[in-house]
Design a protein around this ligand. Sequence first.
Ligand SMILES: [Zn+2]
Length: 153
Amino acid sequence: MLAGIPGSRTSPSCSLRGLRRFAHGAERYGTTYTLPSVVAALRFLDEDGQDVELDVHEAAALLALTDELEAATVSACAQCRSRVLATVALVDLLDAAQPHPRSGDLISLADEAPTLHLYVLDLMTECRHSLWRDPGFAEWLDVIEGDAPDVRS
Ligand SMILES: [Zn+2]
């Protein structure tokens, strides 16, 4: 008779453990689906606001293939990867580089850009661009504003 009491106590504690296990499972499930694999890392914009976004892997590959876009860079932030690119030089650079899955998108963005410049916004780095002082920064900010509300001149 007394043995029945501890027996009945195990049943709620069992279901509590089950609940906890369920919560852990849900947590892990959630983590798996919030990995930043599809989050944009670099955004290329023209003056009209047309854009091409690269994810972390695409951005890393592009920067490696193009030597950090150095040959096409007109003006750049010293503290992040935001920069102003010359469209003609960018097309030349992409043509000469090893093929990249997004080269075609970037070349057509550059070809159809209304001005000679494209603007790159680094979405992965928190940066106030405080050391970016040349006129390229003002031009970049004009295009980027609205895309990055936290940027202040
Ligand atoms: Zn910066």
